[in-house]
Design a binder for this molecule. Structure first.
Ligand code: ATP
Ligand code: PRP
Length: 212
């Protein structure tokens, strides 16, 4: 098994684009799209293994070497800061990490005067670093989903969350105030695998590079 290349692919939003991209370089992991409870698939002929994991767990499997390669959003990497190599921007899964607040508050709010503000987010580490870096003290409330609800019920006045179409903000009476980061999907690699399986991994990176 040690000469297999194992790839951690996230279920959810970026699954289809990930499978389609690997297909372009002859790596067929379409089994991951099938309606099954199986979590790991093997292609002995290609000496490849694919595992399907939660998006937020991808960096952990790669850092520990359970997967040699992983596909993950830059947002997750910014939040977790795992010790992995990040050789390639795969360009899909584009969205923005934003500070947002109720439209009504934004009419009088002045971001340059922010201090001691309370923010609800799925990204507590990155959010804290971002505001601390600007000299703004923040109280972070960690949530796991439906972040836009927080200002509507008074949990926090502002949120930090991902925005793509802007529809969720709009339907909840919130507006974008500040862009914190532009997000795309990245290829990550286990640092030891890059040395021990250098030739095969480099071949995959170079192949993918031609299609992004
Ligand atoms: N509108 C969006 N909302 C959230 N993520 C988006 C959006 N557009 C693109 N993405 C990207 O898709 C990635 C995967 O999102 P997805 O919703 O599938 O998983 P998740 O819910 O963030 O993770 P987990 O299931 O582990 O909690 C995100 O990390 C982000 O990089
Ligand atoms: O700008 P939009 O296209 O509306 O997309 C943004 C929304 O999508 C994500 O939520 P998700 O659907 O992952 O659900 P969650 O709130 O439970 O995380 C994100 O957290 C926003 O809520």
């Amino acid at each position: 098994m040690t000469d297999f290349i194992t790839i951690a692919i996230p279920k959810g939003r970026i699954l289809h684009d990930s499978v389609a991209l690997f297909k372009k370089i002859g790596i067929d992991c379409e089994e991951l799209l099938s309606d099954t409870r199986k979590l790991i698939f093997e292609n002995p002929v290609q000496r490849m293994r694919y595992m399907i994991v939660r998006a937020t767990d991808v960096p952990t499997y790669v850092e520990y070497g359970c997967a040699d390669l992983g596909i993950v959003g830059k947002d997750t990497l910014l939040e977790q800061e795992k010790d992995v190599y990040e050789p390639l921007d795969l360009k899909f899964g584009y969205c923005r990490m934003m500070v947002a607040e109720p439209a009504e508050l934004s009419r009088t709010d002045d971001p340059s005067g922010w201090n001691n503000i309370r923010i609800a987010t799925k990204y507590p580490n990155f959010t804290e670093k971002y505001f601390t870096g600007k000299g703004i003290q923040v109280e972070i409330i960690k949530l796991y989903g439906s972040i836009e609800l927080a200002p509507l019920v008074g949990l926090s006045e502002r949120i930090v969350d991902l925005v793509s179409t802007g529809e969720t903000l709009k339907q909840n009476g919130l507006v974008e105030v500040e862009t914190i980061a532009e997000i795309t999907t990245r290829l990550i690699v286990n640092r030891a695998s890059l040395k021990t399986k250098h030739q095969r991994i480099t071949h995959i990176i170079e192949g993918l590079e031609k299609h992004v």
